[in-house]
Design a protein around this ligand. Structure first.
Ligand code: HEM
Length: 409
């Protein structure tokens, strides 16, 4: 047993930290699977080593079904629609087989590699349009607001067949929802955003049923597996998951990736000199400072030993993908950014096992096109201001800065 199980839970502040990796290094060393107390007082078991993280992500004894959460931990884990009608929660990240297998098969019928590949030209067009607009700016611009945010949200809205006029509302709701843990005021904001988004998506699904288009949501309405189709609730939840999953995550892949390069001029110069390094560089950005800091909630279906730590039945478990990416037992010199690292793509930034990210090919494509086009368009790109002045998003799930001010010229 490597971890000292007699240790009292440690108070952990997730999110908002410029460098969580020093804390993760200590936890990996001292308590690789351990009970921690979150800033709002909730208790969870946190997995930090690569080997244990990978195993936990695929362990059937860690359920994704919120019903498996023990009563004593109910206050810790909030779902967006707690107390509501639950119409946003019947999605892939909240279910186990056999329902997960059925839903995932159905989504695959709409979310085909062909449909993603068809988006390549559009992703490049949207990117170029945003770069053109930014090029007119005099003085510093916020790369997140002007570029990293509008690209993925436009792509996912187009993919799902949403009117582009709705993008601003969708962004506001999804930002509120992807924060996950908050105080009293935060919980109320989450509930309001969930209700508004749920109503909006239910209307959108009804529209696609009446007037199907050439989009993913219409394809999901049509999809059948052994005669079965997605129910209206499942469609609304699926649209919700694709929207949230395909949005903030990709925003901060672009933001964290560009920031990592601007902080490492040697790596930036190497990438500029050889654009063929881009796909490997994007994998390294995901490993080095991925946008999903911890994977989504899991619940122990029985008492279990994980990495030498005891996890009681019903306990909520979080797997730190960020900590796993910096495990020296898996990656040589893990705190160094190296865009030529041969094994970067074995990161866990997209998860592992049956819940492996459905949108990974799309996210990779967007990240490569966005960062590659940005660098070639603006040879003088540099940070406006100091790294120490950047503020990092609060909350458990998403890791990224609030704003990324840069000079383009
Ligand atoms: C850089 C961008 C992205 C990152 C880092 C990311 C990360 C992840 C991770 C870590 C998981 C697994 C969570 C877990 O097991 O707890 C996941 C699942 C998922 N992601 Fe992504 N994601 C990204 C982009 C996208 C995009 C663009 C889409 C959709 C268009 C998407 C849709 C999904 C879906 C539907 C799942 C659930 C799969 C299942 O449960 O079977 N993601 N993602």
């Amino acid at each position: 047993m490597s971890a000292d199980q007699s240790l009292a839970p440690e108070a952990i502040s997730f999110g908002g930290s410029a460098d969580p990796y020093a804390l993760y290094a200590r936890l990996r060393e001292e308590r690789p699977v351990t009970r921690v107390t979150l800033p709002d007082g909730g208790e969870v078991w946190l997995v930090t080593r690569y080997a244990e993280a990978r195993a936990a992500l695929a362990d059937p004894r860690l359920s994704k079904d919120p019903q498996r959460l023990g009563d004593q931990w109910r206050a810790t884990v909030t779902q967006p629609t707690d107390g509501e009608d639950g119409s946003l929660v019947k999605h892939l990240l909240n279910i186990d087989p056999p329902d997960h297998t059925r839903l995932r098969r159905l989504v695959h019928k709409g979310f085909t590699p062909r449909r993603i590949e068809d988006m390549r030209r559009r992703v490049q067009e949207i990117t170029d349009g945003l770069l053109d607009r930014m090029a007119e700016a005099v003085g510093p611009v916020d790369l997140l607001a002007e570029f990293a945010f509008p690209l993925p949200v436009t792509v996912i809205c187009e993919l799902l067949g949403m009117p582009l006029d709705d993008v601003d509302d969708v962004h506001r709701w999804s930002t509120a929802l992807s924060t996950l843990v908050a105080d009293e005021g935060g919980h109320a904001a989450v509930a309001t955003a969930a209700r508004q988004l749920s109503d909006y998506l239910a209307d959108l699904v009804a529209t696609k049923v009446r007037e199907p288009g050439d989009d993913l949501l219409s394809a999901l309405v049509e999809a059948r597996d052994e005669g079965q189709r997605l129910s209206p609730e499942e469609l609304t939840s699926m649209a919700f998951l694709l929207l949230i999953g395909g949005h903030e995550t990709t925003v901060h892949l672009i933001g964290n990736g560009v920031l990592a390069l601007l902080r490492h001029p040697d790596q930036l110069a190497a990438l500029r000199a050889d654009p063929a390094l881009l796909p490997g560089a994007v994998e390294e950005f995901l490993r080095y400072d991925g946008s999903v800091e911890v994977a989504t909630w899991r619940y122990a279906v029985e008492d279990l030993d994980l990495g030498g730590g005891h996890v009681p039945e019903g306990a909520p478990v979080l797997v730190s993908l960020g900590a796993a990416g910096h495990d020296p037992a898996r990656f040589t010199d893990p705190d160094r950014l190296d865009i030529t690292r041969p094994d970067a793509s074995s990161h866990l930034a997209f998860g592992h096992g049956m819940h492996y990210c459905l949108g990974a090919p799309l996210a990779r494509m967007e990240g490569q096109i966005a960062i590659g086009s940005l660098l070639s368009r603006f040879p003088a790109l540099r940070l406006a201001g100091e790294v120490k002045d950047l503020s990092w998003r609060a909350g458990l799930l998403i890791r990224g800065v609030e704003e990324l001010p840069v000079h383009l010229h």
